[in-house]
Ligand binder design. Structure first.
Ligand code: CTP
Length: 864
């Protein structure tokens, strides 16, 4: 086999690697998935069972000299790639990397910009997200492999690094036919007899080493014969011992196999194994050490352990400050009012500058219920003052909170066992503080409301009735927002205006209500939960706020407008990821969680996340279009990501309606000189077709074509003649194939291909003819774009034709000939008219009388 592209992963391929490799093949359909260095036992069994469909190829069967692109998945370590590592080192070979939890340092062997590094629990999750965004449907077997990968690398969604994305990706796999019983079978393959004996020995040898507060289980064993699947044993030991972290080393056949697992964020097992040449990620890592004895490896591991423990947040890092108090004599309803105002679940109580207790909001509420509003807080407070030291770990905080009755701990530096003065209280920790720290949430805060946005909306001509209908219809919905380009244009003060609404809730129901209030019609698209409302020349597009990558039943929003924020996160650029609230109580509030407004002011096109282009390469065209239209620039990272996506071959042979839409939209802008240069520079032109010309010569020609079109044929769409210019160096068949691939409408395709192919040839032909009528004979059968192109290429005759010839019409027609000269209906009429037109084009006829006289003469000659 001599494939040009190969997909390869680390030795001892696990399910995450297999699933990711299969998904990568959907992105690179020409590539072969190569096996090297063996497979984990359960992966091997799965692969054997599905051999026909999976078409995995042994490295030994591949002629590696033909390979020009290597796609590496699930490892950033070259030495785990076997023979393929040599291919990577070869000049001219492009190397693409997909990995997760890798070191932020991209390996030097990866081609510049050609990497996707994610933080997902499983690489399969990252790949699923890409497939989902691209609308690629995995087969049931692929979905099963992807599901197994996610299960394996997230401990069936239980590892602390598991993200919502992992969970949703698993749901996506299930929807695409992942076989649940297959997942169950392959996830838990029974141990062999050898494995069981080794497992018992490992458990006997287990010792606990305390590293910076984290207990790490260390199991080191010498074994007389090779036993397969040491990593499976590590998983079993974690299950059986319930340890938080494990480092295991087994010496067999002159090598030491090291496997590490961690279930706590504080311990990064990859760092623990790094000194012995290990790789992997924070939760799971492995190494094979040659030429060293078990004792040496163990000693090195012990040395490395302290470096693998991360500094975890302490009480002082998560407390709320400053602490506030109410006096013990404060009325209960006043204390309750204060809790409400400050959004707290309770309050500390002081008397004479000393902390004397705390009270939970629940208790205040209950007391009010019993008619005790006027009583002093001291009557219901708990006089136990629960304190904790600022250096306490989260585990200690958790324990402390469990034991309090008020759900709050005062953080006190000097906990001498006596009542603390209020000055000594550094802050307070409640259950929400702890939960926030455990979740480690970094939700960006929305920008402050923008007073003038509402005014701008109201100032838009003719739309007031829409806003009031939207407000009325929105009353029962969680949120209704104006989104996308409309918000961008509103802030830019641009007149163009599409009304795109995102509804938190059932968008179709909202659209029905809106249509009724506007006295219009509504066309739903139930599958996508979208609808169009048409009312008196007005069009409003309504969508249900898209929450995640995958359709799933809407969950109750936890955070205010959480779904609109997530909807915005799925958009292309920060400048398009803003929303304006339209419900009456928040009309005009700008939601700008990703800094779109700042970027808009600075003229920056910035993607929201690193996978944006990979998930949707048409966005590169959009970036170029916005740069050109508004004089904006992509920021350096966005530019790099765009180039990376192109270099990775992920724009590839573009096809499909969305690409056509974006390419045509780009070519239809008022001016395109900047866009063409950018398409060229980013390698995007070549990705569409290697023969496309978007270089300086094309830009100059487009300028000419634009000038001529503007003057002689302003009714023609701008993009067609420009597309012809860009395609003019392609072979005729290639143009046809390209336009078909882009699914350009038949009529448009004919104009473009004719102009691109015939236009340049006409230049030579026009030089050989003498009269304006001959020129017209050459040009008239072709679309006007052909003449535009010929004229732009310097054929003065073509311009002359556009100026005058194309418009020449006879004043008389066939019926006049029949009536005035008595010519019967016959081919003769056509011949006469053609000859008259020729003469008129050559300037020999002027006016209806001259035409009729000439016709009479011609008729006489014909009858003679
Ligand atoms: N969008 C996206 N990715 C795409 C296409 C669109 O994220 N590939 C989102 C953007 O938020 C965009 C919105 O969908 O603003 C609407 O898309 P569209 O109507 O195509 O573009 P507009 O932003 O309205 O801009 P323009 O009409 O100028 O193209």
């Amino acid at each position: 086999m001599r494939p040009h592209q190969v997909i390869v992963t680390h030795a001892n391929m696990d399910f995450d690697a297999l699933g990711a490799a299969l998904a990568a093949r959907r992105l690179y359909p020409q590539a072969a998935v190569v096996l090297q260095g063996g497979l984990n036992r359960n992966v091997r069994e799965f692969a054997n069972l599905h051999a026909d469909e999976l078409e995995l190829v042994e490295a030994s069967r591949i002629a590696l000299d033909a390979v020009t692109r290597v796609i590496v998945v699930d490892t950033s370590q070259e030495n785990r790639l076997g023979d393929v590592a040599e291919v990577i080192a070869r000049a001219g070979v492009e190397v693409v990397l997909f990995d997760h939890h890798a070191s932020p340092q991209v390996p030097a062997w990866v081609s510049p910009g050609c990497h996707v590094l994610s933080d997902d629990g499983a690489l399969c999750t990252t790949m699923v997200a890409i497939l989902a965004e691209r609308g690629i449907e995995p087969t049931p077997t692929e979905a099963t492999a992807l599901a197994l990968g996610i299960h394996e690398d997230t401990g069936s969604l239980t590892f602390p690094t598991t993200t919502v994305r992992d969970i949703e990706a698993l749901a996506f796999c299930a929807r695409h036919g992942a076989a649940q019983e297959m997942v169950g079978t392959f996830l838990h393959t029974p141990l062999t007899a050898d494995q069981r004996t080794l497992l018992t020995t490992l458990l006997d040898a287990a010792e606990t080493v305390e590293v910076g507060g984290t207990p790490v289980l260390l199991c080191c064993v010498r074994w007389p014969a090779y036993v397969d699947g040491v990593s499976t044993l590590a998983t079993k030991i974690v299950e059986l011992s319930d340890c938080r972290a494990l480092v295991m080393a087994v010496e067999m056949e002159g090598r030491v196999f090291v496997v590490g697992r961690s279930r706590v964020p504080a311990f990064d097992v990859r760092m623990a194994l790094e000194p012995v040449g290990g790789g992997g990620h924070a939760q799971a890592a492995a190494a094979i050490v040659r030429g060293e004895e078990l004792a040496q490896v163990r000693a090195r591991l012990l040395d490395a352990l302290p470096g693998a423990v991360a500094a975890l947040p302490r009480a002082r890092d998560i407390m709320s400050t400053p602490a506030w108090f109410v006096d013990s004599g404060t009325r209960i309803d006043d204390a309750m009012g204060e809790c409400r105002r400050r959004h707290t679940s309770g309050v500390q109580v002081q008397a004479d500058g000393v902390v004397v207790g705390a009270v939970a909001r629940e208790d205040l509420d209950r007391a009010i219920g019993h008619g005790l509003s006027h009583a002093p807080v001291r009557a219901v407070m708990s006089s136990q003052v629960d304190t904790i030291a600022p250096d306490a770990t989260l585990a200690e905080v958790q324990r402390g909170l469990r034991e309090t009755s008020t759900g709050r701990l005062a953080v006190v530096a000097d906990d001498a066992g006596r009542p603390a003065s209020i000055e000594a209280v550094m802050g307070v920790i409640t259950r929400s503080d702890l939960l926030a720290a455990l979740r480690d949430r970094h939700e960006p805060e929305p920008a402050a409301a923008d007073a003038d946005v509402g005014d701008r909306l109201l100032a838009m001509p003719g739309l007031n009735r829409v806003w009031s209908a939207v407000q009325a219809a929105a009353a029962d919905f969680d949120g209704v927002h104006l989104v996308g380009g409309a918000v961008r244009d509103l802030l830019l003060g641009e007149p163009s205006f599409d009304i795109d609404l995102a509804v938190e809730g059932d968008g179709v129901a909202f659209a029905a209500e809106l249509a009724e209030r506007l006295g219009g019609r509504m066309h739903p698209h139930e599958k996508f939960h979208t609808a169009v409302v048409l009312a008196g020349g007005l069009r409003v597009d309504v969508a249900s706020a898209r929450t995640e990558h995958y359709e799933y039943p809407a969950a109750l929003p936890i955070v205010e407008h959480s779904s609109i924020r997530r909807d915005l996160f799925r958009r292309d650029f920060t400048i398009n990821a803003m929303a304006v609230a339209l419900r009456a109580d928040e009309f005009g509030r700008l939601l700008d969680p990703y800094g779109g407004r700042v970027d808009l002011d600075a003229g920056v096109i910035r993607v929201l996340h690193n996978l944006s282009f990979i998930e949707d390469p048409t966005r590169i065209f959009r970036a170029v279009r916005y740069e050109n239209r508004h004089g904006f620039r992509m920021d350096a990272r966005t530019r790099e990501l765009a180039r990376g996506c192109v270099d990775m071959g992920l724009v590839g042979e573009l096809s499909g309606a969305r690409t056509r839409d974006e390419l045509l939209a780009l070519l239809d802008e008022a001016s395109v000189a900047g866009s063409l240069a950018r398409l060229d520079e980013l390698g995007l032109a070549a990705a569409v077709h290697p023969g496309l010309d978007c270089g300086p010569a094309a830009a100059e020609l487009v300028e000419q074509v634009d000038r001529l079109r503007e003057r002689h044929a302003p009714e023609l769409p701008r993009w067609r003649a420009r597309m012809a210019v860009v395609c003019r160096n392609l072979l005729g068949d290639d143009v046809v194939e390209l336009l078909e691939r882009l699914r350009v409408r038949h009529r448009d395709a004919l104009a473009v291909q004719d102009a691109a192919v015939v236009g340049p040839r006409l230049v030579g032909l026009l030089g050989q003819v003498a009269t304006p009528a001959d020129v017209a004979d050459l040009l008239a059968p072709h679309p006007t774009e052909a003449a535009l192109l010929a004229a732009a290429l310097g054929a003065g005759e073509a311009e002359e034709y556009l100026e005058r010839g194309a418009a020449v019409r006879l004043e008389l027609d066939g019926s006049v000939l029949q009536r005035e000269l008595g010519v019967a209906e016959s081919p003769l009429v056509g011949e006469l008219l053609a000859e008259l037109l020729r003469r008129k084009r050559n300037g020999e006829l002027d006016g209806a009388a001259a035409e009729l006289a000439a016709a009479r003469e011609l008729l006489a000659e014909a009858r003679a």
